[in-house]
Design a protein around this ligand. Structure first.
Ligand SMILES: [Zn+2]
Length: 199
């Protein structure tokens, strides 16, 4: 059996969960510093954009062999929703590991995904693999409040345009059984307002 309790990827996730990026009034400095250290470990250049004060966005970039091709974006949000600490079996920002389960705010939604991206890139890089397309990893604030100070703003900027994104992944939802839930968007989404004046 694998010694998952001491696995560096598991440790990495637990350390990320221990950062209290919890609403309201989040100070993202610790998250950003953590992610900067990750980028340095991976040997990837990174940029921090602060389009809205106190709401930084960090983008790590693994350049492809054909960087003019549209890129792949692996996105995740750094913020987590508040907790009612008394209702928890274990403290929500301790990331305690009990019988193979990590207890912590953000372990499902969605710090796990962020660390999975990072660890996947680490393995691929360590194997010496290269890909045609550039891969960007973006870490955004403010998703749990609607993203007005995060992604919603970022996608309108030239910084985002310059990433030349061709395809993006972001969070799904946990599944209680053996199937995986995937949210599929093809071509474009349609938000339709139906107005019935009642006459
Ligand atoms: Zn989420």
């Amino acid at each position: 059996m694998t010694d998952y309790e001491n696995h560096p990827a598991v440790n990495n996730l637990r350390n990320y969960i221990r950062i209290r990026s919890v609403h309201p009034n989040i100070n993202y400095d610790e998250c950003i510093n953590y992610l900067k250290a990750q980028a340095k470990e991976l040997g990837l250049p990174y940029q921090v954009y602060e389009l809205v004060p106190k709401n930084p966005i960090l983008v790590m970039t693994w350049e492809g062999l054909e960087p003019s091709l549209p890129s792949i974006l692996l996105n995740s949000h750094m913020d987590v929703v508040p907790v009612f600490e008394k209702s928890w079996t274990y403290p929500p920002f301790e990331a305690r590991l009990v019988d193979g389960v990590i207890y912590g705010r953000g372990v499902q939604d969605m710090k796990s995904v962020a660390i999975q991206y990072i660890e996947a890139i680490r393995r691929l890089k360590n194997k010496g693999l290269r890909f045609k397309r550039t891969i960007h990893l973006s870490f955004v604030p403010d998703e749990e409040k609607g993203g007005k100070n995060g992604m919603k703003n970022f996608v309108k900027s030239d910084y985002f345009k310059n990433l030349n994104v061709g395809f993006a992944l972001d969070e799904g939802l946990a599944s209680p059984d053996d199937s995986y839930i995937v949210y599929n968007g093809e071509r474009s989404i349609w938000h339709i307002n139906v107005i019935c004046p009642g006459k």
